[in-house]
Design a protein around this ligand. Structure first.
Ligand SMILES: [Zn+2]
Length: 307
């Protein structure tokens, strides 16, 4: 795999972004409140610190999608108990990141079966090394690893609903899945949908910007006007919200790709301000316009570039 050396500027931008990112490792979890809101049918959404969680309840046991950070497991369990008289029977991870899988060890030890794409288990099983950040993440504890993994898709049948777990083309990472509650008409899209900010392409975990577009298309194709879409971060959304996000990502990708194919440098691409009209709405979070452009430029250059 030929990766080109990362510019110092990229590393500096990422370091800044990570320092500014919400819910970093230095966060005080004592002050975090975990809240529960109904979404549709038997599906609730839980907010705390980290990735949004979905919860299906019923007599067969609860299904929890993502579990945030380890120090929040007791609060998440209490929030689940406020709407479910059964414990969590299955945890489904949308992808490997620690703000979505940090509770796996606690829930797994308590008896939940953890479900995720093959690549989530394989990446969590070994030390992760992020070249851009020069940061090492140790292998996850054994009890945190998914027990059931899948390649393309799988379905859980319980609580009067069917829960489809479907792998997406590499986007945020190479282990992304959406979770669709068929009867409730709710879809959790993980970090392939960042509702309120530019998407983070974790190229070190196999992500690509192109996958955000094909991933959004896959969900737009099965969603209708009544579908509620839970993003990895940000408020619960509609199909129209996802369509707008998809247009934003595709417009920026297409502009940068055209310039990459002409052999333009990052400085030359930045001078055209390819994200300009989107920055007010999507560029206020930890994924700043500069950082987003930098990551997308390097991703597209590695795969389509002539330089
Ligand atoms: Zn993530």
């Amino acid at each position: 795999m030929a990766t080109r050396p990362m510019a110092l500027r990229t590393i500096a931008l990422l370091a800044l972004a990570m320092a500014a990112a919400p819910a970093g490792a230095q966060q005080n979890f004592d002050t975090v409140k975990v809240t529960v809101q109904p979404v549709a049918g038997r599906v609730h959404v839980l907010f705390g610190s980290g990735g949004n969680m979905a919860l299906l309840t019923g007599d067969d046991g609860a299904v929890l999608v993502d579990d945030q950070y380890a120090p929040l497991s007791a609060k998440i369990r209490a929030a689940v108990a406020s709407v479910s008289n059964k414990p969590v029977r299955f945890v489904v991870n949308t992808h490997l990141h620690g703000d979505h899988t940090g509770g796996n060890e606690s829930f797994g030890t308590a008896g939940a079966v953890i479900v995720a794409h093959d690549n989530v288990r394989s990446r969590l099983s070994v030390e992760q090394f992020n070249q851009r950040l020069n940061r090492r993440t140790p292998p996850a504890p054994y009890a945190a690893l998914p027990v059931v993994t899948f390649t393309e898709s799988m379905t859980l049948h319980l609580d009067g609903d069917s829960v489809q777990v479907v792998h997406l083309p590499p986007a945020h990472t190479d282990g992304d899945a959406y979770i669709r509650f068929i009867k409730a008409n709710v879809i959790h899209l993980g970090d392939v949908f960042n509702n309120g900010g530019y998407p983070f392409v974790d190229t070190g975990s196999g992500g690509t910007i192109d996958g955000f577009i094909t991933g959004a298309d896959a969900v737009l194709a099965i969603a209708d006007e009544r579908t509620r879409i839970i993003p990895g971060h940000g408020p619960v959304a509609t199909r129209a919200d996802l369509a707008e996000y998809r247009r934003m990502v595709a417009t920026i990708r297409d502009r940068i790709l055209a310039l990459v194919r002409q052999g333009k440098s990052l400085t030359e691409v930045a001078a055209t301000r390819p994200t300009a009209e989107f920055d007010a709405k999507w560029g206020k979070g930890f994924m700043t316009p500069d950082l987003f452009l930098d990551i997308v430029y390097h991703d597209l250059t590695a795969r389509h570039g002539t330089r």
